[in-house]
Design a protein around this ligand. Structure first.
Ligand code: PHE
Length: 443
């Protein structure tokens, strides 16, 4: 295994259990929970989507994360090299797909992160806008989104190329609990609003027919992969910096539950607020803005206190977005370092600049943003399918790797889980691939 000087920074970083968990949770928790989850729920069927999302996070998300962890820890390589080493043949292509996916996701992720930064700054300078729908429109059109996108990408590139992930982790150690506390507080506050009932029933009361809708299932699966950073090798890469004896199954379970908790609570804020403040028509005019329309509405409603809470919220969410963006750029960068034998700095700057340029498209067009979002969701599903088949059928003795360091329940379930990985997950994920492919390419 070739190791470059700069890599020792990361080894140090993920050398401790807490460092690893923080990095993985930092990757998972981000705009996927706060922005994408409510947006997908608003667009795709409400409570049925939520129900299927919970089921798929547990049944597909946790085992798949364990699969990625075990490949990464065994090979100690980034996705392309890992697949070459353990799989040979055409398997490295799965790693390439992951790199491409990471590149494309970050290109629009950064645009949305730019909106978040803008909302925070606006909150500080002028307070939150009284007409959230019109304001969202203003934030997402013209030159401003391009400027904020570039600024956010420059920040991400700087962090990854200098390798100050440690500082970022410290920031997220403090700010992720802050974010979560604010969101829980907002959810409690939202429960006191008059007229929120309709929001709760949309979010929490599934209709039986909707549960059987294949499109809803596929979308929920795609959201689960996105939110857990699965299907493109991010979790694999983190685990490649891990020491041998960590309880991988316990970590996967912890990460999945934290990630789910944040997303679910975000929904407990967004939907009651939309109903209580009568923002339905503004949100349905652009579902992609569900979070950005609902929350400032709530902050305005809360008066002076709302302004402070709002600023803190957008600041903490920015940090959440940064830690996820760093993980996306890290996958591309680590692969370039390994494949082209170059050092970290040029790799990060080269990859980041390319992403910055690709991002000009989603920065100028919400339609383009939606298209890249659904195509990459499909890529994640394809990546997840390949990874499952790889671990189930190609990797040598995956169970040994998975139970190394695990104990009790987390070790005991692994053999059964492997049967599931081999026989049950591939057909389910293939179904997700099929249906989300239809969605991605029909529109
Ligand atoms: N999981 C991140 C989020 O929810 C996004 C992400 C996807 C990060 C894929 C890395 C890989 O915000």
């Amino acid at each position: 295994v070739q190791k470059h000087g700069e890599d020792s920074i990361q080894r140090e970083l993920f050398g401790t259990r807490l460092g690893f968990i923080l990095a993985a949770v930092g990757s998972a928790v981000g705009l996927g929970n706060m922005w994408r989850f409510p947006y997908r729920v608003a667009e795709g069927g409400g409570a049925a989507f939520v129900t299927l999302y919970i089921i798929l996070t547990l049944c597909l998300g946790i085992p798949l994360m364990l699969c990625e962890f075990s490949v990464g820890r065994r090979t100690r390589l980034s996705p392309i090299g890992a697949m070459r080493r353990e799989g040979g043949g055409a398997w490295p292509l799965v790693g390439f797909l992951g790199v491409l996916t990471g590149l494309l996701i970050l290109s629009y992720y950064s645009v949305i992160a730019g909106w978040v930064v803008r909302y925070g700054i606006e909150g500080i300078l002028h307070g939150f806008a009284a007409d959230p729908g019109a304001y969202f429109e203003q934030v997402t059109t013209g030159v401003a989104p391009i400027v904020y996108h570039i600024a956010f990408m420059v920040l991400t590139i700087t962090i990854v190329s200098v390798g100050v992930e440690k500082g970022i982790e410290k920031a997220s150690l403090i700010l992720m609990p802050v974010l979560f506390t604010i969101v829980i507080g907002l959810a409690v506050w939202a429960a006191t609003l008059v007229g929120s009932g309709e929001g709760y029933s949309f979010y929490l009361a599934p209709s039986f027919e909707e549960l059987l809708n294949p499109t809803t299932l596929a979308e929920a699966g795609g959201q689960a992969f996105f939110s857990l950073s699965l299907g493109m090798g991010a979790m694999l890469t983190f685990a490649s910096y891990l020491s041998r004896h960590e309880n991988l199954n316990r970590e996967a379970t912890t990460i999945a539950f934290s990630d789910f908790g944040v997303a679910f609570t975000a929904g407990l804020v967004v939907f009651p607020v939309i109903a209580a403040l009568g923002l339905q028509s503004q949100v349905s005019a652009s579902t992609v803005g569900a979070l950005f329309i609902a929350l400032p509405g709530a902050f305005v409603e809360m008066g002076t206190m709302g302004r402070v809470v709002g600023i803190a919220f957008f600041f903490a969410l920015t940090v959440g977005a940064v830690t996820s963006a760093v993980s996306l750029l890290e996958v591309v960068t680590a692969s370039m370092i390994d494949e082209f034998k170059i050092t970290r700095r040029p790799a990060a700057i080269g990859a980041g600049t390319l992403i910055l340029l690709v991002g000009l498209l989603p920065a100028t067009s919400l339609d383009a943003l939606g298209v890249i979002d659904s195509i990459t969701e499909w890529f994640l599903a394809v990546g997840a399918l390949c990874m499952t088949i790889f671990v189930g059928w190609r990797m040598k003795d995956p169970v040994a790797e998975m139970v190394d360091g695990a104990s009790g329940f987390f070790a005991a379930v692994v053999p059964t889980m492997m049967l599931f990985v081999k026989f049950v997950m591939p057909p389910i994920i293939a179904f997700v691939v099929f249906w989300s492919g239809r969605n991605a390419f029909n529109t």
